[in-house]
Design a protein around this ligand. Structure first.
Ligand code: AMP
Ligand code: ZN
Ligand code: FE
Ligand code: FE
Length: 287
């Protein structure tokens, strides 16, 4: 019965491979997970095969990096067509910018600590979307910090002299692209303030106006008051609500299945995705 609609693998910045994530979900007693790597569907095929073997239901998904007025927004997209040209262009641009940004961070770091671009490449052999967590892993390997958490709390935090941003598409464009590809858009951790600035209710309403369907409410980075606010907003705007772990393997404290989504909310996601999604095979996920 338990459903977890937000987990990461080594296709982006998780520490478990797509097959391992599915095995970990099965071991935790989950029957449905969505694989939602950052800006890529590269893990779908492997996860889909493992899911079939282990009797786990896999919802193909993605977590899209975007922004509204310079504030970072993460948009979960479910059941979309991975071959859609607009989505692929969007993700390729984001991934290219993420790589340029990672090189810049490492260049700045290398003036002061023993870390090179080759060290980061060591951490990204099977990775499609590079992020700060891979730089953190390289710093751990070099003994500069003790963990990803340590790196994120110190040298990799926004405001650190080594920090750099990447370019992400506008949130409106991202919602339109997900919907255009037959998918369902749900805003990830909308009020996770400890990650940085968050957008207001009116910006969320703007995303709903172009087709966003839901809000991720139960997430460890949102406290009870924030969840209550999001639940009320969802009721006002006619949105579905989800709960999920944002699991990253051993890269983060989050335990798989620590928050879950109701079967009714998942049913609403299927209904909004429509008939085309049912015919799509997650095993065909590309980059
Ligand atoms: P980036 O997308 O490159 O700016 O890096 C931020 C991403 O790192 C977010 O998706 C976080 O979920 C992820 N992340 C992984 N491990 C950690 C950690 N220990 N602390 C904070 N963020 C983390
Ligand atoms: Zn992540
Ligand atoms: Fe996120
Ligand atoms: Fe995430």
């Amino acid at each position: 019965m338990p459903i977890d609609l937000h987990v990461h693998s080594t296709a982006s910045d998780g520490h478990s491979t797509p097959s391992e994530v599915v095995a970990e979900a099965a071991a935790a007693g989950l029957d449905t997970i969505a694989l939602t790597d950052h800006d890529t569907t590269a893990g779908w095929a492997e996860a889909g095969a493992a899911a079939e073997r282990l009797g786990v239901r896999l919802i193909p998904g993605v977590e899209i990096s975007c922004q509204l007025g310079g504030i970072s927004v993460h948009l979960l997209g479910y059941l979309l067509d991975p071959r859609d040209a607009a989505l692929r262009r969007m993700w390729e641009a984001t991934r290219a910018s993420r790589e340029r940004r990672a090189r810049l961070i490492v260049e700045k770091l290398s003036a002061d600590v023993p870390v090179t671009w080759e060290d980061v490449l060591e951490q990204t052999r099977h990775v499609t979307t590079i992020g700060r967590p891979h730089i953190a892993d390289a710093l751990v390997a070099r003994g500069v910090v003790t963990s990803r958490d340590h790196a994120f709390a110190t040298i990799l935090r926004p405001g650190s002299p080594y920090y750099a941003r990447y370019l992400a598409p506008d949130g409106i464009e991202a919602v339109r692209a997900v919907v255009g590809a037959g998918g369902v858009a749900v805003m990830a951790h909308p009020l996770a303030r400890r990650r940085g600035r968050v957008v207001g209710d009116s910006a969320i309403a703007d995303l709903v106006a172009v087709g966003m369907s839901g809000l991720e409410v139960d997430h460890r980075d949102q406290d009870d008051a924030e969840r209550a606010h999001l639940r009320a907003l969802a009721a006002d705007l006619g949105l579905l609500t989800t709960g999920s772990s944002d699991y990253h393997g051993t890269g983060k404290q989050n335990r798989i299945g620590e928050n879950t989504t109701t079967p009714q909310a998942l049913e609403a996601i299927f209904e909004r995705a429509g008939a085309a999604a049912a015919d799509r095979n997650p095993l065909s996920g590309t980059s």
